[in-house]
Each structure stands twice: as C-alpha cells, then as structure tokens.
Ligand binder design. Structure first.
Ligand code: G4P
Length: 534
C-alpha cells in the first residue's frame, strides 16, 4: 500500500461528520440554522428549509415529494467553521420518520442530541439514541430553550442518565430559566456567560463574560442567584462525572451544554467545544479488518441511503454514500463490490448550506449523492482499493407497523412484485411473507406510518398497480439469531406470528412486548435480536 498523501490526511483531519437528533419541536432545525449562521454559510437564519418541508402532514406528502430537491438538500449540509469542515446529517422527525432516519446515524461519527429543557427526554430521542449506543459513537447533549421555563437542571440530567443509561458531564450550567434566565456558568474557566436579548436571534448578540470571582459579578447576578449557583456547582462537582475524553469518545459519557438556539445563546460556545471533543472520521470495520482513514490511501465509501426521484419520466435515483477513506474525484471509476464490477461515479452532488451543487472532489468523512441507474443497494461498498474489501453491512432496523398488501388487480402480479421489490431495495419498506402457509401474500413492515402512503402512491404512480393495505396489530419484530432452529417446534404466545423474509430467514412478530420475554422463557436457548443483518 502506498503512503497516504498529506493533502488527504489534512483534509480528513478537518472533517467532522455528525447527525443531529431530537424529538420534533425540540429545536433541531433552529440549532442547525444557527450553526450555519456561525459558519457563514448563510446570511440569514431561517433559510435552511421552509417550514413546509420541515414539518408536513401525510396529506401534503405528494406536494413535498414534488419538491424532492428540497427535502434531499435538507438531509445533508456542509459548512466550515474555525478551520473545520463540518457535515451535518439531518434525521427527519414526525411522520416521515423512517428507516432512513436510523441509517443516517450509521454514516455519522458522532451525534448531537437536542433536548427541550421543559420536556426532558422524549420518545423519538430514545429510539434514535439506541442506535448511537449500538455504534458507540460520541453523543453530545444540547439542552435547548433555556429562555423558557425549564425543568430543574439536576432533574434534567437525571432524566438523561436514567432514560438513556449514559453518564452526563455538564460543560456549562444554567443560571435560572425563562424570564429569569441570566446565562450559563462555564465550569472550566469559572466564567459566567451572560444572556442578552438578541430579539429572537435577529442579531448575533455579543456574549459578555464575567469571571465568577471578579468583583463585577455582583453587578450581573443578585446575591440570591449567586448563592444558588454556588450551591449547585458544589453539588455538581461532588456528584457529576468528570470530563473524560476517552469515555466521551466511546459514547459512554455525554458532555452537556445549555442554551437557547432561538436567541443564538450558547450555540457558538457549544460549537467550539464540540469540535474539539468530537472526532475526525473514524475507522470502520470491513471484511478485511478495520479500515483507518488515516492509513488507507484509496477511496472507499458505503451507500447508506437511496432516494428515488419521483419524476415518472426519469426513474433515476440518487445513492447517498459516506466516504470513509481517500479522495473522491468526479467521474472516477471505482469497484462496486456487491455488483462485482467497475462503475463510473457520475454527477456527484453535495449539499452546501441550502444549495445542491455538483462537486469535483470530496474526502473521507464527506457525504456525496451519486446518480444511481438502479444498481446500488443500502450497505454496498465502493472502493478504488485493489483489496476490494466490503464494509460491514448496515443492520435492518425493526419496523413497528405492519400491513398485509393485497393487489386490486391480480393480473398485474409481475409489476407488483417488481415495484414492491424495488421500493424495498431502496430501503423505504421491508417485505416479509407468511411462514409455511404456501400463501404468496406479502406483509410490509415500516418504521414510520407515512411509508405506507409512500408505498401506495409510488406503486400506483410508478408501476401502475393499485393496492389495498390491511393493517396488522403487530408492533414488535424479532430476528432469530440461532442458526439451527426448528421453527415448527418453537412455542410462543397467542399474539405471536411466524413470518419469513425474502431470504427465507424466520422472524417473529408480536403484539405485546411482554410476549417476547415469555417466548424467550418458553424456548430455552432462543436468541432474538432487534436488528437484522443484511
Ligand atoms: P425541530 O426541528 O426540532 O422540530 O424544532 P424547530 O427548530 O422547528 O423548533 C420548534 C419550535 O421551537 C419553533 O417555534 C422554534 O422557533 C422554537 N424554538 C427553537 N429553539 C428555541 C429556543 O431556544 N427558545 C424558544 N423559546 N423557542 C425555540 P414555532 O413557533 O413552532 O415556529 P416558528 O413560528 O417560531 O418558526
């Protein structure tokens, strides 16, 4: 293997690729906008994406899809700040929550979790957090909306620790909240950063800093506020985990920051700390062992998302890939491992703030979108290395909603099978079949219910096939890890259903979560998993 060039090394070292996760409305969009504002990528906050695309209901899905360009661009953003090249991966919320949301986390090197200070940990955060934990990537917490009445700070931290099972380490500490919000205390420098009204963030706002031991502090905090702060810090110093970079890197300790994204407060402080605490692109596992971007000279990438173009006239797709090592140059020819042949990567696209642009080059850590004539699948590896290694596959995430699919016109079986298979290949849905009944009926599983509408709409519009979806009551799916298992002898609960995937691997569906435990108890040695292997 030849030496990695300094150019590549330096470019990769500058890269920070992270996903931003939150429950809807916690302030993810606002925080992203503010990052871009500080990065100078946009002149005005509020132009990242229109509210229409940020949150839309099922009914206007089609409209949204027509503007697919916009929804694509909002999924990856690149900007620079302080010498770093930052890639933000957005994880959609609301009804458009889908497997893609989980897969995005597979492409990130760390995650920023935005929490609403008045609400604490919410359902969607919990789901996404599980994937971060599985990957052991660093997780940073931004507790937002401190300009509104917040929960008690210790309670908030307790909530994160209990709900998510991760230790926390506050880098700064809030002084009051809502109308009484004074700012944050920076623990290491022992300084108070004062909150100032930025008129809802329309002004950048200057953050005044006052040392806690300086006489000036009496002019900015009342005796009561100061006393409370001192008490809390004393308690915190005694009780909270100390900052430990190694634990942060392993995803076992989350540095916590407080702020108010809407008013710009705490955003730049967060960004500065985050960029030094998070890591540059990490090594990834392949079938030839770990591939380290700091050592591997050749280009390599894996596909984590495939977006179909809704334009009927051109049934083209864009495959999003995460570059893991080396340098990408437009038009280069690379080996597609799963396809077993060389492919030319044409029309590479990258998102720069709110614009989509054609790019000439990119480096390990970057995300690019490549025109896909229908040859790529989620998890595929592309590389210019002679070694032809393949990155570890992306797990299949557990769908939570299931429906039986019936064709209205049974004569169109061929189109139906083709359409549903292609949509499944893009990773929007998962398809299963009845186990051992000989019936050919298809069961579809999705992570977010909007995907059912997407499936119905796309089959009708792109494949001319009308379907009826009959909802099933199952909410939990488990893959069977044991290789040798006699499915006929397996005894479950009355709400359990045996199904199989397209590779004939058996799976179990359950209505109730407790039935999973019972089934495990009834079948000694049975191993079930929430994630499937592709
Ligand atoms: P999301 O992407 O996580 O779903 O949340 P988003 O940023 O869209 O924010 C949700 C709402 O919370 C928005 O208000 C936004 O302005 C507000 N918000 C975000 N950060 C803060 C903050 O630090 N303090 C306060 N007080 N509010 C915040 P909205 O009324 O739903 O939308 P808009 O009309 O203000 O745009």
């Amino acid at each position: 293997m030849s030496e990695i060039t300094n150019e590549i090394k330096n470019e990769i070292k500058k890269r920070r690729t992270f996903a931003i996760i939150s429950h809807p409305d916690a302030g993810k969009t606002t925080l992203t906008e503010k990052f871009l504002l500080y990065g100078g990528a946009i002149n005005q906050a509020g132009s990242v994406k229109g509210k229409a695309t940020a949150r839309h209901a099922v009914s206007d899905w089609m409209e949204i899809e027509k503007e697919r360009g916009i929804s694509v661009t909002s999924s990856v953003l690149q900007f620079s700040y302080g010498g770093y090249c930052i890639n933000i991966l957005d994880t959609p919320g609301h009804q458009d929550f889908s497997e893609d949301t989980y897969r995005t986390l597979m492409a990130a090197d760390s995650a920023v979790m935005v929490i609403d200070a008045s609400k604490g940990v919410e359902a969607q955060t919990r789901k996404l957090f599980k994937v971060c934990v599985m990957r052991h990537i660093p997780i940073f917490t931004f507790i937002n909306k401190m300009d509104r009445e917040a929960m008690d700070t210790f309670e908030l931290l307790d909530d994160i620790e209990k709900e998510l099972g991760i230790a926390t380490c506050p880098v700064n500490w809030p002084i009051g909240s809502g109308k009484a919000f004074k700012g944050v205390f920076e623990r290491e420098r022992e300084e108070v950063e004062l909150f100032s009204d930025t008129m809802k963030g329309t002004r950048m706002g200057e953050v005044r800093k006052v040392g806690i031991h300086s006489p000036e502090i009496d002019n900015v905090l009342t005796a009561e506020e100061r006393e409370k702060l001192e008490e809390e810090i004393e308690l915190l110093d005694g009780a909270a985990a100390e900052f430990d970079q190694e634990l942060v890197s392993k995803g076992e300790l989350s540095p916590v920051f407080f702020g108010s994204a809407l008013t710009n407060f705490g955003v730049e402080t967060f960004l500065k700390h985050f960029l030094t605490m998070t890591s540059s692109p990490l090594p990834r596992m392949s079938d030839r062992g770990e591939i380290d971007p700091m050592k591997e000279t050749d280009f390599s990438a894996f596909v984590f998302k495939i977006q179909a173009n809704m334009n009927k006239a051109h049934r083209d797709r864009i495959a999003f890939m995460r570059i893991c090592s080396g340098k990408f140059e437009a038009g280069m020819s690379v080996y597609h491992v799963q396809g077993g042949k060389d492919v030319r990567l044409s029309q590479p696209q990258q998102m720069m703030a709110s614009e989509r642009k054609i790019i000439e080059q990119a480096y390990g850590g970057d995300i690019i979108g490549i025109f896909d004539p229908g040859i790529f699948s989620i998890g595929d590896t592309l590389t210019s290395s002679k070694d032809k290694f393949a990155y570890e596959g992306i797990p299949t995430f557990a769908p939570e909603h299931f429906a039986r699919v019936r064709q209205v016109d049974t004569m169109k079986r061929k189109q139906f099978v083709k359409g549903i298979n292609q949509i499944a290949q893009e990773g929007a849905i998962q398809i299963f079949q009845e186990y051992n009944t000989g019936m050919e009926e298809i069961i579809v599983g999705v992570v977010g219910v909007l995907q059912f509408d997407v499936l119905k709409y796309r089959l009708e519009n792109e494949y001319n096939v009308e379907i009826i979806l009959e909802m099933l009551p199952y909410e939990h799916i488990r893959w069977i890890e044991n290789k040798e298992i006699d499915m006929d002898k397996l005894t479950g609960t009355s709400d359990m259903k045996k199904i199989k995937d397209l590779k004939d691997r058996p799976l179990l569906l359950f209505i109730h979560e407790w039935s999973i435990r019972m089934t495990l108890e009834r079948n000694k040695g049975l191993e079930l998993s929430e994630f499937g292997r592709s």
